[in-house]
Design a protein around this ligand. Structure first.
Ligand code: GDP
Length: 329
């Protein structure tokens, strides 16, 4: 057992964190969120550390501890996670709970052992109970039963929030948590089975247009409401929080823009230039009926998103077209 010891770089809690000259490890730099955080940190006066999965398996505790000890980051952004859409979450329950618990536990504990001064843990809006009052406030956490389709992922993320809080409380570590709403943008997962709705529909609608098909199948009823945030806006919020936020409570990061799945499909069709119709496969689940975050606490700190949904979808579609060849492989 490792003896508890104070982090060598520990600072009083509740203070700003200056990124100047710091070494920041972006865990999960090849993912949607990690990639955007790396792009955003390029504008800060800090060094960005990245390590690929071929060189470090984040599910192996000893490997993570050895890497952290050897590389000694000053801060860690925890963008490494197994994520997926409604179908992947439902079908791969064991992988979702095991990999997320393992990765986050290894990183947080190894960060403490190596004296990392700041850790930013990330979750998602699915941590909140299924039938919670909307918009969802931070204090709604653990106030009711979870949505069954993604509870495995949600339970792991709730454990991560509590772990960051526990390390703050017992060891005085400046570890914080941010909960983004549904994200999309360049670098997303466009896999039809595994991905989330926005990239899946972008691809389905694009392919229907190219192949001259008159209809596109949407899963579920099309009625669920979702909020979407452009990933480069999220990255901006995360850098803001890394510098300015030091508190026990996790903090929501949303756009405040809510739309039904049907209206989302129509917006995407407008961007892609598709004129066919939509049909609904109601044998597929709807998931949570509504998922809108209350991001009032973040707004009160002075942060706001810059990208509206249509512009964000247009930028994502450009990225998809530029990378379509590679995505097919
Ligand atoms: P969720 O936000 O955790 O429910 O995950 P998703 O982003 O995968 O799904 C959001 C909503 O979009 C659900 O109601 C899905 O049934 C619906 N949906 C409609 N068509 C699709 C599709 O082609 N792929 C996905 N992933 N969801 C779809």
């Amino acid at each position: 057992m490792t003896e508890p010891r104070p982090a060598p770089t520990s600072r009083p809690l509740g203070q700003p964190f200056d990124l100047t000259g710091k070494r920041v490890w972006v865990a999960g730099h090849r993912g949607l969120v990690g990639g955007a955080v790396v792009r955003r940190l390029a504008r800060e006066d800090c060094a960005v550390l990245c390590v690929g999965r071929e060189d470090l398996d984040l599910t192996r505790q000893q490997a993570v501890e050895a890497w952290m000890e050897a590389n000694r980051p000053d801060a860690v952004v925890m963008a490494a996670a197994l994520v997926g859409g409604i179908k992947a979450n439902d079908r791969r329950s064991a992988e979702f709970i095991h990999q997320n618990l393992a990765v986050q536990t290894n990183i947080i504990h190894a960060a403490w052992q190596a004296g990392v001064g700041k850790v930013l843990f990330l979750g998602s809006s699915c941590i909140y109970p299924r039938d919670v009052a909307q918009p969802m406030r931070e204090d709604a956490l653990l106030s009711g039963p979870l949505e069954p389709t993604n509870q495995w992922y949600a339970i792991a993320k709730i454990a991560g929030i509590r772990m960051a809080q526990a390390y703050r409380r017992q060891y005085g570590c400046d570890y914080i948590s941010a909960m983004p709403t549904n994200l999309y943008g360049p670098g997303d997962n466009f896999d039809l089975d595994g991905g989330h709705v926005l990239p899946a529909l972008l691809r389905k609608i694009h392919e229907a247009k190219v192949e001259g098909r008159g209809e596109v199948v949407l899963w579920g009823s099309g009625a669920p409401l979702r909020e979407f945030l452009y990933v480069d806006d999220l990255a901006d919020a995360l850098v803001f929080l890394l510098k300015a936020y030091s508190a026990d409570d996790h903090i929501n990061v949303g756009s405040g823009e809510e739309i039904t799945i049907k209206a989302l499909a129509e917006t995407i069709a407008g961007v892609v230039g598709y004129e066919g119709r939509f049909v609904f496969d109601t044998t597929m689940p709807d998931g949570t009926p509504r998922k809108l975050m209350d991001s009032g606490r973040l707004a009160a700190l002075g942060w706001r998103p810059a990208t509206d949904l249509r512009s964000g979808i247009a930028a994502t579609y450009r990225w998809f077209l530029d990378n379509a060849e590679r995505l097919r492989q």
